[in-house]
Design a protein around this ligand. Sequence first.
Ligand code: ADP
Ligand code: MG
Length: 682
Amino acid sequence: MSAPAAKPASALAGRLAKLGVFNDSDLLLHMPLRYEDETRVTRIADAPPGEPVQVEGEVEHSEIVFRPRRTLVARLRDDSGTLTLRFLNFYPAQQKLLTPGARLRAFGEVRTGFWGDEMIHPRLQATAAEQPLPQALTPVYPTTAGLAQSALRKLVARALERAGARGDLGDLLPEDIRAHARLPGWERSLRFLHQPPPEARLDSLEDRSHPAWRRIKFDELLVQQLSLRRAWEERRQHGAPVLLPRGHLCSGLLAGLPFALTGAQRRAVDEIARELALPYPMQRLLQGDVGSGKTVVAALAMLQAAENGHQAALMAPTEILAEQHYRKLADWLAPLGIEVAWLSGSQKKRERETMRAKLASGEALLAVGTHALIEDDVALHRLGLAVVDEQHRFGVRQRLALREKTIGGLPHMLMMSATPIPRTLAMSYLADLDVSTLDELPPGRTPIVTKLVADTRRDQVVARVRDACQEGRQAYWVCPLIEESESLQLQTAVDTCEHLRAELPELKVGLVHGRLKPAEKAAVMDAFVRNELQLLVATTVIEVGVDVPNASLMVIEHAERFGLAQLHQLRGRVGRGAAASSCVLLYATPLSQNGRERLKVIYEHSDGFEIARRDLQLRGPGEFVGARQSGVPLLRYADLEADVDLLELARQAADEMLRHHPRQAEALQARWYAGRSAYLKA
Ligand code: ADP
Ligand code: MG
């Protein structure tokens, strides 16, 4: 039907590249989304409505009508009855196929329309009487504009033939591993999925539980494990400064703290301290829920670098957060006589020069800042440890830029994240990282009560804010998120603030948003910290890190627009002091099914890990680890939740293969990534 005329090879290559297909091997791994059954013909009279079927008959009549718009309408007859075929858009080729008297097969869903039973836009195929039916189900592949299914199908079928002839379909999985995982052979699985026999169970093909699918998914997971292991081993080839836990500075900090470390903090500090003393670069993720106390763990690691005469830098994604870290560190470390350099994009040129000079000369061993730290003119030649807070907010390049400041060798890296990483993700995408987890909150925190309130009851919520503030507490009011437009977002924040000022004349209301000059932002935050403002109207700039213990009430407007991780982070801004805290999620009615489900997760759970797990189920891993961003390819076929058993098996198999079958491991990686590696690095 609408198969495009042969395209010059480069145009075809361009389209295939869009699908991530660069060679035969990629074509073979371009798996069908679903299948259509053209292996049988249904009589028109028996065709069930609403299910894809194939009918065959003779064109009785065809015409172009103009009611209400240009439409090609034809009638197909078999010995059981007639069926209308209707095309709102059509090609001359289709018109030609529909010449009266022609014999056709039409594939589509029958619907009962105004003029009786009809198929809209069926797929047509000229046929001769008694022409044999296909012997395999017809695969439907993901494709792209300008590349027809039929063309792609042929490309895959030919690639399969060529690979078979070349002997490229051999099983690279050692027999014992394959048998242990109870998986079918590679060639058999591939052929089965690209050309399933008519008797194949469509349901197990489509929900991807069929053994052939499990084999593909297993290999995909295995290759991912192999790449991550290699990355891990490669890193160990580099040298890094040996930072021994000498203890004089760390014990000074610990002695001066107004609190004792939690058990979880002590464990993390020990793990990090041990690894910093090794001669190759640590690459560790410190994960812990909002408020679990990651900063002090980072500070201790930084001091260990300083104890050895090396520098350490802490980079945070926002000015507010970076400044808060800076103040905390400066505060803690001043009694020890340790200076902390501060670098931000907004500071005065002279101050920046001074800080830069101190870092370049090595006079300052510790630095805290925003992206300003990774500017070219900042020299950190003795950098022994780089700490990146809220690491998922930085791109890979930015994280690496900090690492490359060291001259000779690599620094140790500590990445921190309050977006907890579900176990399956940690086992897959992040398996080249070592992980320390703070799974315990400091004592004395009061649990936060979460309330879901329809925005029709907004007035009552405003009244609660008034009461809370008049009792001496403070509150946040988070403005609705408007992702599509930054200027609209800004306007909304300004409007919301004006409204609340009018509604609450007895309170001092401040506003903070991303477009304020850093100095203005800092002034507002300071006033809030000092309780000179009772209500802080804010955009999500307060999402990360902000720590004001007296604030015990948070209202989030249009909560249904926020992501789960974001809501959890926002909510974590309260519940930091002794007062009972609450978080009111205002939602617009009516609430969509998905919106309801997501708010329910936040309402029912306060544990960040559980929330992250649900989030992963609702949204998939893309949001946690962008493919290009992490350099680790996204899984295309395996599903971390559904295929967790395969993931476990693949992890064992990866060990086994690297130890006993390194050549096959390499060939397997090449099979999956040889053509794609350039694409992934882009
Ligand atoms: P996060 O893990 O979210 O970055 P922070 O490091 O900002 O958490 O710590 C949250 C608050 O808890 C800070 O005020 C910090 O000083 C305090 N804190 C950290 N560790 C402890 C502890 N062991 N006991 C009591 N308070 C602590
Ligand atoms: Mg933090």
